[in-house]
Design a protein around this ligand. Sequence first.
Ligand code: GAL
Length: 955
Amino acid sequence: MTYTPVRSAARQHTEYETGSNRLPARAWARSDTPRILLSGEWSFRYSTAPETPADFLDGAPEGWGRIDVPSHWQLRGHGRPIYTNQRYPFPIEPPHVPDDNPTGDYVRSIDVPAAWSHGRVVLRFEGVDSFARVWVNGHETGTTSGSRLQNEFDVTDAIRPGHTNIIAVRVLQWSANSYIEDQDMWWLSGIFRDVVLELRRPGSIGDHRVLADYDAGTGILQVTADVPARVRIPELGIDAPAGERILIPEVEPWTAESPRLYHGTLSSGTETIDLAVGFRRVEIAGGVLKVNGRRVLFRGVNRHEFDPDHGRALDEATMLADVRLMKQHNINAVRTSHYPPHPRFLDLCDEYGLYVIDECDFETHGFFLDDWDGGLAGNPTDDERWQEPLVDRMHRMVVRDRNHPSIVMWSLGNECGSGSNIAAMATEARRLDPTRPLLYERDWTAQHVDVYSRMYLTHAEVEAIGRGEEPPLTDPALDVRRRAQPFILAEYAHAMGNGPGGLAEYQELFERHPRCQGGFVWEWIDHGLRTTDAGGREFFAYGGDFGEELHDGNFVADGLLFPDRTPSPGLLELKKVFEPIRFERADIGVRVRNLRDHTGLDDLTVTWTLTEDGEERAHGVLGLPQIPAGGEALLQLPEPPPLTGEAWLTLRAILAQDTAWAGRGHEVATGQWQVREAAPRPRRRDGAPVRARFDERGRLLELAGTPLVPPRLDLWRAPIDNDLGWWGPAVEPQWRAHGLDRLHDRLEDLESDDTELRVTVRTAAAASDLAIRNIWTWTLDGTGLDLHLRIEPIGDWTCPLPRLGIRLGLPAAVERVSWYGRGPGETYPDSSSSQLIGRYQASIEDLQTPYVMPQENGNRSDVRHLTLYDAAGAVMTVRGAPTFDFTARRWTSEQLEAARHPIDLSPGEHVWLNLDLEQYGLGSASCGPGVLPQYVRPVRSASFRLRFEPHREAE
Ligand code: GAL
C-alpha cells in the first residue's frame, strides 16, 4: 500500500490561540486614508473537509463558482444552516473539531495602485466565521480569531503595488473558536462582513481614543492618538493638539433621548479621522446607574444581527432599519447579544440615540446545558488554556468600540458559566476603560461586575430585588456588595411566537423600584430564513427545516419582529408599555406624566378625540405646559358635547416635527378611557321571529337562511409556544391530559316553548369523569336570536382553560368583518394595552397573524359587536352583553395546531368563528415565567350572553 498525503491548504484549527500574525487591536474609524473595499464577487469553492489541495493561492483554478462577499455560504447554496440553541453540533473535545469540516475557499484579484508603495498596506476582515487562513500573492499572511471581531494583517511585504494581487482565504466552519462561540443562533460560516485593504502612510493614525466626559454642564474632552495629531471641533472652537484635556463649559450632553454629537476631526497630517463626540458620564451612585447624573430606565431589546436572506451579513440599510424601528417603538437601549455588532451599527446608535450594552463574542452554553448539578468538564470559562484568547477578545472589543458614546456598559459574554477567565476578562476591560460599568449575566454573585443582572426572573423575583429582599448569598461580603448594585434584566419577556404577556407588570416594577433599571426583551427579530418549498411557496425556515442532525426547532423564532422585519403584535404592545409619556385619568381631566429620563416633551403634540359608539363626536389639541423629565401636570379637558351612547376619550402623543427616525405625526403614546357607559339596548322588536333552524339535539343549523356548522362549546386553542413551556412552566400538557382538545358532547336535556329553547349538554373528554355542563338558552325575537350560555363545572377541576367560548362554522363566502372593540391588531388578556377601543374592519386573511410556527393568533377582545360580510354585504351581526372575544379563520384550531409553517394552512369549506367569554393569557413560559395569576382562567361557573342578528331574510 502506498500512502500519499496531498498538500493541504489548511490544517484544522485546533489551537488555543488568538489568531496568528494579527496587528494589535485599534479603534474602528472612518478616515480618509486610501482604501479599497474588497466586498463584491469572489471566486469560491466549497468542500466538505479541509483536505482539498492548496491549488488556489495564485488564483482560482478552472471550474470554481462565485460568491458575494460579505455573505454566508450556507445561504448561497453550499452546505446547510444548522440551528442549535445550546448544544454544539459536533462532539465536545476542545479544541478538536470533526474531520469533516465544511470549508470555503475564496480568491479574488485586486489591482493595487503603484502609489501604495509609500506606506504599509493593511488587510482587514471585519468578520469571518469561524476561522480563516489568509494568503496574499501566495504568502501565508496569518489566521483569524473571533468571528465577530476585526482581524487586521500587515501585508506590505506580500503586496505588489502597481500590479494585480491575489488574495486567497480558506475559511473553516468549525475551529477551536467554535467552542467559545456557542450562541443560540444559526451556525453560519464565511466572510460575512466587509474586507478592506488600506494604505497606512507614514504618520497615519494607528489607534485613537476619545474620552468625552460630562460634569454638570461642562464637557471634558481628551482625544489621544498614537502619533502626533490635532483635534478640531469647529462648533466648539476646538483646534488643539491630541492628548490635551479640554474643558468646554455649557456643552450639550449626549443621551439616548438627545443624541447630541459634536462632529470634528483628528488629523495627523497624513490621515484624518472623523470624530463624532458625545459628552456623557455613566456612573453608579447610591446603588443606581446614572447617565449625566440621572437614573436611566433601560427600555431595551436584545439584538442579534439577522436578515432572512443574508443571515448575519447585514447591509447598512438593514442596520438603519433596525435603529429606526427601535426608536419608533420607544426602545432606548440595545444589548448586542451576544457579540460585538458590525461597527456601523454603533455609529447609528450614537447618532439616533440608543444606549448600548456591547457584549463580548463569548458563549459556551453547550458545556453546561443549564444542568447546574453537572455540566461537562472542560468549559473554556474556567480553563487557563483559554485565558489568553478570551482576554484577547475582550481587549479587542473594548479597543474597537470604546469611542462610542452610545455604549454605556460592557458585557463579558453570555452563558459561559463561571470561572477564572471571567475575572481576567473583567480586569482587562477595567484596565482599558474605567469609565463604563461591567455586566455579565452569569455572574450571579456579581463579584466580577458592577451591575447585577439576571434573565427571565418572575415578576415576584424582580419585586424582591427591587425591595432589596432577594435571598442572601452565602458569602456575606459578596452579599453586601451585590445588594448595593443596580439591577438589570439582561433578558426577559421571551417574544417567541404569540407573546410575550405581562410586559406592563414588569414595567410597573421598573418604575416603582429605583434599583430595577429595566431590562432587555428577548429578542429583537425572529431568525427565520426565507426559503421556498418544492411548489415555490415562500416560508421562513427554522431548526430542522434543513435536515440537521441536531436542532432546536422554532426556538430560533423568538423575536419582536417577524423575519422580514414586520412588527409583531408583541412589539406593538412593547411600544405602548415603553411609552415615554403617559396619560392617566384624573378626577378633573388628565394627568400627563413625562417618563423620560432627561428631556421634556416639547417635541410632542397631544391630540384628543371623543367617540360615541365608535363615531367621532369631538376632537382637539391639548396644549402641554413644560413638563421636565420625571415630572407631571394635571390638565383639564374641554366640556364634552351631550352624549347618549357609550363614549371613549382617546389621547395621542404624536411627533410635532420630523425627526431622523420618524416623520411628523408619528404616534409615540396613547391613552384611552371610557367616559360614558353604554345606554341599555332598546327592547327587542316584536313581530315574527327571525327564522332559526335547530336539529333534534338542539343544535343551531341555520339562521335566516345562513347554514351553520352548529355552535358548540370550545375550550381549546392551538397551543402557543408559551403554553408548551420550552424552558418555563408548561400548561399545555395539563390541557392535553385533561382532553380539552378532544371533547365529546352528550345531550342531557332539551326543553322548548314558543320563544325559548333550552338545551343542556354535558361536555367531557374520553376516560375522564370531569365535565362541563353547558346550558344553552336560545330566545328568538323579530330581529335576532339571543343566546344565554351557562357553564357549570362537574367534578374537581384543577386545570385552567385555554379558552371558554363557542365555535361555529360559517359559509366560506364570508370574506370580511367589522367590529367595535379593541383593534385593529390582535389582543390577549395580558397583552392588550396597545390596541384601542374603536370601530375596525378587516378581511378574514388580515385577521391572521403569521407566526413563523403557526399557533393561536388573531384574537380581538372587548368586542361589543361584530358583523360578518360576504360579497353581497352583511350576513350577520353578533352582539355581546357586554363584550366578547372573537377569532375568525379559514381553518380550525386543530388545523392551525398541526401546521408547521403558515403555508401548510389552506382555506376550507368554512370560516370558523370562535366567540369567547375569555382566553388564557400569553405569559412568557417558552423561556421564563408563565401567565400571571390574574390572567389564568380557572374552570368555574360562568355565564355568557350573545345575540345573533341576521341581515337577510330567510328564503
Ligand atoms: C437565553 C440566552 C439567549 C437565548 C434565550 C432563549 O438563556 O441567553 O441566547 O437562548 O435564552 O431564547
